[in-house]
Ligand binder design. Structure first.
Ligand code: UD1
Length: 429
């Protein structure tokens, strides 16, 4: 069994380079299916969720050429299956993007329901509403989502709820549909813009990505491209918080500062000093304890839900009482009992938490209950007295490339107790 072991109390200092964005990569890689040519994708994060998505394309018949750790060339011309059974989806949320991509390519898709981190109910009704508006018939058959269309025709879709997944999936299904599709109340996350930029680089005609109205004029064909994925907003935010929590001084490189504005603003409220450059951010913590504050997670450009566990961990050692309100997911405080084991004083009521800061956390064996909760446990371990063991770290590997190595280079005393590594790309290198 793999664990991460951290001896706390070391100040983080130095530079860290952020990898490509997970949530952009897991949308862009399935989108390659829509291309008639070879796509070269650069700045791909080497993480298990992305490796699993590449593996799915390979299993469907794509040729994959690994150029280096962060670059692959994908030739989708031999993909001829529109079926994705649960044995191929690895229980990951982004497997649902194959419904949109297969619909766009074959006008039919049969995909096992998506899995992913458990934050409560994760419906796909808005995805289905979009597919149906484009002319597909969608049923759940024998545990599979089965979507089929004679033709896909552009349509107006108003999302009842801002959904990243539904916005991505409708874009994928609509990009080669006939006519104009308008997605209103669409998600505005940086990875939505990145997917639109990727599709446009293949010859798509998508306007408005990054606003709440996206217009997609269908095109007949898409060609191959070379594209570099944006840096990961959440990985960057995690290192920014780790720097502040350990009273460190860290230059976070390969970032788009604009994508980090809500995180930067919240860290400034806690007393951190932040300097933005073109593609990096310098974080200098205040020598005093961080100040308490209130946090509300909402869709972009508000504070991201995927930073909520890390931020709550910082507030657990802040001076004063903070409140954290989860505005996206029903059940995203499951990690709090682990922080409590480490001495945090947090009371949760549904989507609301009151965090009474303590001077110090103390080490304990804890587990990662999901990807970002795992990152929160690592931050807690970095600041705690003594040795913290974090297990279930396969969650952390879904979204953080080389986290042990990156934190180690910043001065953390952290190691992974590893077993075998079966990851496709590492084996291929
Ligand atoms: C994506 C991210 C995830 C992040 C989330 C919110 C990926 C691979 N994952 O997840 O890390 O936490 O955005 O920023 O990009 N909803 C519905 N019906 C739907 C779809 C969603 O009611 O058809 C609800 C969800 O239950 C949730 C909210 O909408 O309450 C947001 O979900 P959504 O934006 O779709 O999240 P994901 O795309 O699954």
């Amino acid at each position: 069994m793999e664990k991460i072991i951290i001896n706390g109390g070391h100040i983080l200092r130095g530079e860290v380079t952020i990898s490509g964005a997970k949530n952009a990569a897991v949308a862009i890689i399935p989108a390659v299916m829509l291309s008639d040519g070879i796509c070269r994708i650069e700045n791909i994060p080497c993480i298990s969720d992305v490796n699993a998505i590449i593996r799915i394309l390979y299993d469907l018949g794509a040729s994959i050429k690994v150029i280096d750790k962060s670059t692959v060339e994908i030739d989708p011309s031999h993909i001829n299956s529109f079926v994705l059974p649960s044995s191929m989806t690895s229980g990951m949320r982004a497997s649902s993007y194959f419904i949109g991509a297969m619909l766009g390519r074959f006008k039919k898709a049969r995909v096992a329901p998506p899995g992913g981190c458990d934050f409560g109910v994760r419906p796909i009704d808005q995805h289905i509403k979009g597919f149906e508006a484009l002319g597909a018939k969608v049923i759940i058959d024998n545990g599979m989502v089965d979507a089929r269309a004679e033709t896909l025709t552009g349509s107006s879709i108003f999302l009842d709820k801002v959904s990243v997944g539904a916005t991505v999936n409708i874009m994928l299904a609509a990009v080669k549909a006939t006519g104009l599709t308008i997605i209103e109340n669409s998600a505005k996350e940086p990875h939505i813009v990145d997917l639109a930029n990727f599709l446009n680089s293949m010859g798509a005609n998508i306007m408005g990505a990054g606003t709440d109205v996206i217009k997609i004029r269908g095109v007949k064909t898409l060609h191959g491209t070379t594209y570099s994925i944006i840096p990961d907003q959440i990985e960057a935010g995690t290192y920014m918080i780790a720097a502040v929590a350990t009273k460190g001084e860290v230059l976070v490189k390969n970032v788009i500062p604009k994508h980090l504005e809500s995180i930067t603003a919240k860290l400034i409220e806690t007393g951190a000093l932040i300097e933005e450059f073109d593609d990096s951010i310098m974080i200098r913590s205040n020598p005093n304890r961080p100040k308490s504050c209130s946090v509300l997670t909402m869709p972009h450009p508000s504070f991201p839900t995927d930073m909520q566990p890390q931020m709550t961990t910082l507030l657990a050692i802040a001076d004063g009482v903070s409140t954290v309100t989860e505005g996206v997911w029903d059940n995203r405080f499951r990690y709090v009992d682990q922080l409590t084991l480490m001495g945090a004083k947090i009371k949760v009521d549904g989507r609301f938490a009151v965090v009474t800061g303590v001077e110090m956390l103390s080490s304990a064996p804890v587990h990662a209950s999901d990807l970002r909760a795992g990152a929160a446990m690592i931050i807690a371990g970095l600041v705690a007295n003594g040795t913290t063991e974090v297990d279930n770290i396969e969650y952390i590997d879904r979204g953080y490339e080389d986290i042990v190595e990156k934190l180690g280079a910043l001065g953390a005393d952290i190691k992974r107790v590893r077993t075998a590594d079966s990851n496709l790309r590492k084996a291929a290198l």
